[in-house]
Design a protein around this ligand. Structure first.
Ligand SMILES: NC(=O)c1ccc[n+]([C@@H]2O[C@H](COP(=O)([O-])OP(=O)(O)OC[C@H]3O[C@@H](n4cnc5c(N)ncnc54)[C@H](O)[C@@H]3O)[C@@H](O)[C@H]2O)c1
Length: 347
């Protein structure tokens, strides 16, 4: 294999065009865009022209090309079909989240890639945000103490749009929880470890389409910590600050705007070395906090470079298909809880 990974893209017209091609594949130090395919040929030709590569006329043309890896960025209900087609053509695959519509689909994709001896990744790129990585290091160094509670929020305004696949649970696998909450849950597992029990509510509060526009989930981790995720398609963009809050026995790490597609965001840690004595009056002094400002890193570039490096080094990637499957298991437990009204246990 060459030192650069040759990439093809299936579903070039959406997030691929907006973010992953320009910021990830074109910018990636070990990546080379070779060919793009989209079922909407006019859009595909525009993307091909913009980035100076051939526009495949059909899926076979892309799969028969000399690419090493394919980035699948089609709607969720097509992930299974496209990942399996790539695997059978001997191509490594980085599939967008969610990994298909269900646990069963994710398992089928993983099995197909294993059988074909190709790597499968799931593009849960928010793990690579440099402030998230800095927070993870603080937690791993024990600076937060014992994990106690976390909150992750990701919401946007998503009014009814005719034909929008995310507004039809059969095509998107769910609504705000599947689409946005999956990122939050994945981040919280990265920070606090395995989730073992979930309780969830979903609702259509404002928009009455075929997937939920509202979801809150309460999570319990194996280490005893608790968390909540709130994720809505019916909160105005400007009014949701997409907060991330991580609390431990020795302090907290509080962020705004780090969850999302951009590199920006503010994160402050309030940490103390020693346990304070019990203060019955609970008077609070305004701690200045430690601003967490590592050099920003583009998350799309980071995911493409990490996937490429894993291929060049012959190792599993940090965002392997198993993470996408794990995400599906937790999301599925959340939907089961929302339906049954009971908490659901996970392995
Ligand atoms: N990680 C992120 O930041 C992020 C952001 C947005 C979307 N996503 C994920 O990316 C995927 C795509 O989302 P999107 O917002 O780009 O959707 P989209 O609908 O905007 O774009 C999907 C593209 O796939 C094309 N397509 C549809 N059917 C196809 C087929 N059979 N063959 C080839 N191309 C086909 C469409 O024409 C379109 O250009 C989803 O899984 C979504 O969850 C991830």
């Amino acid at each position: 294999m060459t030192r650069k990974i040759n990439w093809g893209v299936i579903g070039s017209g959406g997030i691929a065009r907006r973010r992953t091609i320009p910021e990830g594949i074109v910018a990636g130090s070990n990546a080379q865009l070779r060919i793009v395919y989209d079922v909407v040929s006019a859009a595909n030709e525009e993307v091909a022209g913009e980035f100076g590569v051939p526009a495949a006329r059909d899926l076979d043309e892309l799969l028969n090309s000399d690419v090493d890896a394919v980035y699948v960025a089609t709607p969720a209900h097509l992930h299974r079909e496209h990942v399996i087609a790539c695997a059978q053509a001997g191509k490594h695959v980085l599939c967008e989240k969610p990994l298909g519509l269900s646990v069963a689909e994710a398992e089928t994709m993983i099995a197909a890639c294993q059988a074909a001896n190709v790597q499968l990744g799931c593009a849960l790129m928010m793990r690579f945000h440099s402030q998230h990585q800095a927070a993870l290091r603080l937690i791993q160094q024990g600076k937060l103490g014992s994990p106690v509670y976390a909150r992750a929020q990701l919401s946007c305004w998503y009014p009814p749009i005719p034909g929008a696949w995310r507004q039809n649970a059969d095509l998107g696998g769910g609504g705000s929880l599947m689409d946005l909450g999956g990122h939050c849950i994945d981040l919280l597992e990265m920070f606090f470890g395995h989730i073992t029990r979930v309780s969830c509510f979903i609702n259509n509060t404002v928009h009455h389409y075929g997937s939920e526009d509202s979801a809150t989930a309460i999570l319990r981790f194996r280490n005893g910590a608790l968390a909540s995720v709130d994720t809505f398609f019916c909160i105005q963009d400007a009014s949701s600050k997409n907060v991330l809050e991580l609390y431990g026995s020795k302090g907290s790490i509080l962020a705004q705007g780090t969850i999302g597609q951009g590199m920006a965001g503010e994160m402050v840690a309030y940490l103390q070395e020693e346990d304070a004595a019990y203060e019955a009056r609970q008077t609070r002094t305004d701690g200045a906090g430690l601003r967490i400002t590592p050099p920003p890193r583009n998350m799309y570039q980071a995911e493409i470079e990490e996937f490429g490096e894993s291929l060049l080094e012959g190792r599993d990637c940090q965002i392997a298909g198993s993470i996408g499957l794990r995400s599906q298991r937790i999301l599925s437990a959340c939907y089961e809880s929302a339906q049954s009204g009971r908490a659901v246990d996970l392995k």
